[in-house]
Design a protein around this ligand. Structure first.
Ligand SMILES: Cc1cc2nc3c(=O)[nH]c(=O)nc-3n(C[C@H](O)[C@H](O)[C@H](O)COP(=O)(O)OP(=O)(O)OC[C@H]3O[C@@H](n4cnc5c(N)ncnc54)[C@H](O)[C@@H]3O)c2cc1C
Length: 508
């Protein structure tokens, strides 16, 4: 009997999505038929629906086309307007299998097609059923720290029998150093970079053509591809990171340097989210570095926490919180995003932290977690921008942005629009935090410690205005109550609020 074809979405590009589950690697459940013919669909409607970053469109299409080239005759690669049309072109109404997609929209689509059989997801460590069992613990809060320790234990990660290696679960206290004084760059070897090839050239030509024809619109600048798009590239990027950058990952994990945007971060979110790497092999490689004595525990623990903790936690919360989560807006924020922000117009911005970070996003579609949270997200929160529009902006503008990862990170973590389901307090700060953790403030025309006047730091003024706007709610939260009381000591609060109101949505 002919084997049933198996459909690969554009974020299911690693070998683990096209083969039977490997029990040795912890895989279980049903898989595609062995050596099943494969189907990949490039649906132009996805690019038409949203104004994506040019670098993101390039990366995803490059990765898909590279994978198709590797698979050769085993794959039927179809360009179509929609997935439905592509599937019809590829297999008619024959039965196909597909691994559980990563968005509710795509899951809804495949479940609505009678010819499609949905198999368990492949790209994560923790199966849905295990998370559900963990989450069902008698109404206790779903705290990252509890989840992460449970993942460490259940996957035997950085464990010494039933104790954490080194005796401590959490080394965050060692991983919050400001950038080294007087250094413009961290001084670690540069991140791994790919060499573009003929596939990239073809993608670039197609994107140019579609844009010229008015079929799609992009945001951000075109530039050399910076992220892994094939399995070999992803493995090379992982190896390079583990050897050269993991050792210093922990210490400066939260620090920001204007001239060194990547510092010791891994740049692995894009290949992980494209499915080119499995998180088990990524954390396995980090653990190996600890055993080999080439990276210290604080770096390895910090990195494992990101991949086996945060990434898994965010994935499961996306499904756990349900469809309504997308529309949560507990703070009642409804302001539209201003045009300069939508256009990534870094040159319109005077505040050095924001213009630096916005330029990084414009030029590469990436910046690390602190600029995302404490510069971009914090500004949106302070200014009361509509959380759904902020989520859409992050989704479109970041090379690693997908629905599952955006909703918890932006609606919950960054915009507190879920009222505290995911975090115990809103993540925002005045300029003092940015000044302590970066070298961005020194040449800035604004002063982090000034709240009013010509040189008032927009983050400092915005922070107090935000606290004032949500005074009642934040006074009831023990983690923010003290800051709210601080408002009463600000003699210049009326002046500050007046200046904030007059500023409107102008670029700071
Ligand atoms: C507002 C906001 C938006 C974000 N949007 C995305 C996004 O669209 N896609 C994305 O992958 N990450 C997102 N993150 C998480 C994090 O910022 C990025 O994963 C990280 O900056 C990617 O760079 P890196 O690979 O060098 O990460 P590293 O600092 O090297 O971290 C290692 C890995 O940990 C994982 N990770 C760490 N934190 C998270 C997290 N909160 N959620 C999911 N994975 C995490 C990523 O896979 C990352 O590659 C967001 C964070 C915030 C605060």
């Amino acid at each position: 009997m002919a084997q049933r074809p198996h459909w690969l979405f554009g974020d299911q590009l690693g070998p683990h999505f096209a083969a039977a589950p490997d029990p040795a690697a912890g895989g279980s459940g049903a898989g595609p038929d062995p050596d099943a013919p494969l189907v990949m669909i490039e649906a132009l409607s996805v690019l038409r629906r949203r104004r994506f970053h040019r670098a993101k469109a390039h990366l995803v299409l490059s990765a898909m086309r590279h994978r198709a080239a590797e698979l050769g005759d085993r794959v039927r690669y179809v360009q179509a307007d929609t997935y439905r049309e592509g599937l019809r072109k590829a297999v008619g109404d024959a039965e196909v299998t597909v691994c559980h997609p990563t968005s509710r929209r795509a899951l809804g689509l495949v479940e609505s097609l009678p010819q499609v059989r949905v198999l368990p997801n492949r790209g994560f460590l923790v199966p849905h059923a295990d998370f559900a069992a963990w989450a069902d613990r008698g109404g206790r809060r779903l705290l990252l720290e509890d989840f992460y320790r449970w993942v460490r234990q259940s996957h035997d990660l950085l464990m010494d029998a039933d104790r954490p290696v080194g005796g401590r679960w959490n080394l965050d206290a060692d991983n919050r150093e400001p950038p080294p004084r007087g250094r413009a760059v961290l001084g670690v070897p540069a991140p791994w970079e790919p060499a573009e090839d003929a596939v990239d050239e073809e993608v670039r030509r197609d994107l140019d053509r579609w844009e010229r024809a008015g079929e799609v619109r992009f945001v951000g600048r075109d530039g050399p591809r910076r992220f892994a798009a094939t399995r070999d590239e992803a493995l090379a990027a992982l190896e390079h990171f583990a050897e050269h950058r993991l050792p210093s990952f922990g210490r400066w994990e939260d620090a920001v340097l204007a001239a060194d945007p990547v510092m010791s971060h891994s740049l692995l979110s894009a290949p992980l989210n494209l499915g080119l790497l499995h998180p088990a092999e990524v954390v396995g490689r980090a653990e190996q570095a600890l055993h080999d004595g080439t990276a210290p525990l604080n770096s390895v623990e910090g990195f494992v926490r990101q991949v086996a903790g945060w990434r898994e936690y965010v994935w499961h919360l996306y499904w756990h919180f349900g469809e309504d989560y997308r529309g949560r807006n507990e703070l009642g924020h409804g302001a539209p995003l201003p045009q300069w922000f939508l256009d990534l117009d870094a040159d319109a911005v005077g505040a050095r932290c924001l213009s630096t970070v916005l330029a990084q996003v414009r030029d590469t579609g990436w910046t690390h977690h602190i600029p995302r949270l404490m510069v971009l997200g914090s500004l949106a929160l302070q200014r009361g921008w509509d959380p759904a529009a902020v989520t859409d902006w992050f989704h479109r503008c970041f090379v690693d942005g997908y629905d599952w990862v955006m909703l918890p990170n932006v609606v919950g973590m960054s915009q507190y629009a879920d009222g505290g389901l995911m975090t115990t307090k809103p993540y925002t700060s005045g300029g003092a935090y940015i000044n302590r953790m970066s070298d961005l403030c020194r040449p800035c025309p604004y002063r982090p410690q000034e709240r009013t006047g010509e040189r008032a730091c927009p983050y400092t003024a915005g922070y107090w205005a935000f606290l004032h706007r949500h005074r009642e709610r934040l006074a009831r939260n023990h983690r923010t109550a003290r800051a709210v009381h601080g408002l009463d000591r600000l003699a210049d609060l009326p002046e500050l609020l007046d200046a904030e109101a007059r500023r409107g949505d102008a670029a700071p």
